[in-house]
Design a protein around this ligand. Structure first.
Ligand code: GLU
Length: 445
């Protein structure tokens, strides 16, 4: 266990040029975990210096994506804080002030409207990454492409906007960020940032770069692998709790026996030192498994509230039932369905007879053979155990009769499905008169 420190300050710094993607959600989540683990602060900073591609709508979408995942922040553009403003476009004076200082000290120079940092040879800009370990770099390595010439770093472009590598240093310092946790694609930027920290006489924060996320084909996760934005998973019926759980396991583990967990548990167990540098594979089977486990563990009425919208979307008359009946139906489904959407599909017959009729037409069924069996069932108490016993007794008295020859038509008539929970339990929950209605429709009574 590492010592907990309540002055940990971390940030998620998205550019609002698109929705919250898997990679961004993953980075935000690891920052959140480290902040919460340490009773520290989690800061949201909007890096909107690309005026053409940044929009307020994307900023909103990213924030709602974070809210959906359950990642709350302590300082940000919407709620303020002591180290604002939290949008880079509102900090241009600050960037200019420190760039001018570097010019005054002879560490940077002007080229037209632009301000450029002079990269000198002989500076050791190595660093020890919490995840990737020692990264050795000399400033002599920062060269122009295919040339021996050192490449100076643009701080302020001629249009007056700061570059990423410069603004990120000024902000991380002024916002008192203690740990910079971000994707491994930024490892190569880190030495350049260290040069700027040094030139400004500032302490360098800790760095922890997160492993890349790959598709199952071991290629960098992209649209080709399916949904890439966090919201697409919400719309497919994945729960935020599961998405959180799943993303937390990309590059981190809390130990083999701790695979299904809540946010507070993850925050308690999280250690940056346990993050692996090995690329993490986005595995849909695992996501489905995790989602199924979270669905199973839900309070029945909360589970109902997740499934209901999908029944409504399918045009089923949800309002004809009380919530207790519908919640019981989902409890009976006991883990059938990996998402709320699948669960809604697999259990539609509890809500309405219409989808059953659409699936099964009783063709080829020997109705005359089945009628006495159903008549017998209806002479008993409408309880699953009673019905099952009655069915066994009746079948036991028929030459060569098998349970499945009678239970299957019953299952088809009630559910229109080949698989369902125990059919006598389904019958009990649906109720005697609904079952009678369905069997009569098929001419089985
Ligand atoms: N705006 C940068 C990005 O979205 C932030 C990188 C960082 O965390 O330093 O990649």
């Amino acid at each position: 266990m590492t010592e907990k420190s309540d002055n940990v300050r971390v940030r998620f710094a998205p550019s609002p040029t698109g929705a919250l993607h898997i990679g961004g959600g993953h980075t935000a989540l690891f920052n959140w975990l480290w902040a919460r683990h340490n009773n520290g602060k989690f800061i949201l900073r909007i890096e909107d210096t690309d005026l053409v591609r940044s929009t307020k709508e994307y900023e909103q979408t990213i924030m709602s994506g974070m809210v959906w995942l359950g990642l709350d922040w302590d300082e940000g553009p919407d709620i303020g804080g002591n180290y604002g403003p939290y949008r880079q476009s509102e900090r241009l004076d600050i960037y200019r002030e420190y760039a001018n200082k570097l010019v005054d000290e002879g560490k940077a120079y002007r080229d037209g409207e632009a301000i450029i940092f002079r990269v000198e040879p002989g500076h050791d800009i190595s660093f020890k990454d919490i995840v990737y370990g020692q990264i050795d770099v000399m400033s002599d390595g920062l060269r122009e492409k295919d040339s021996d010439k050192l490449k100076d770093l643009v701080l302020i472009k001629s249009d007056g906007m700061p570059t990423y590598n410069y603004a990120v240093v000024v902000d991380d310092h002024l916002m008192r960020i203690t740990h910079v946790i971000r994707g491994e694609d930024h490892i190569s930027n880190t030495p350049k940032q260290i040069l700027i920290y040094r030139a400004l006489g500032w302490d360098v924060p800790e760095f922890a770069h997160l492993p890349m996320i790959l598709g199952r084909d071991k290629k960098k996760l992209s649209k080709r692998h399916g949904a890439t934005s966090i919201y697409e998973y919400r719309d497919m019926g994945y729960m935020p709790d599961s998405m959180f759980n799943f993303l937390a396991l990309l590059g981190w583990s809390a130990g083999d026996d701790k695979e299904i967990f809540t946010r507070p548990q993850a925050a308690e167990w999280f250690e940056l030192s346990r993050v692996t540098r090995k690329a993490a594979v986005f595995d849909f089977d695992k996501l489905n498994y995790i989602n199924q486990e979270h669905l199973k563990a839900l309070d029945p009425f909360v589970r109902l509230s997740m499934v209901k919208p999908f029944w409504i979307e399918a045009g089923l008359a949800v309002n004809e039932h009380d919530d207790k009946y519908l919640a019981d139906a989902l409890t009976l489904m006991a883990g059938r369905g990996r998402t709320a959407k699948e669960m809604a599909e697999f259990s539609d017959y509890f809500v309405s007879f219409e989808p059953v009729k659409a699936r099964w037409d009783a063709e080829g069924i020997d109705k005359e053979k089945l009628k006495p069996f159903f008549a017998e069932l209806f002479s008993h108490d409408w309880k699953a155990s009673e019905l099952e016993q009655a069915a066994r007794d009746w079948i036991g008295n028929q030459e060569g009769a098998k349970m499945k020859d009678y239970a299957m038509p019953l299952r088809f008539a009630l559910t229109g499905m080949k698989v369902s929970p125990g059919i006598f339990e389904v019958a009990e929950l649906m109720g005697r008169s609904e079952c009678e209605k369905r069997l009569k429709y098929y001419g089985l009574m």
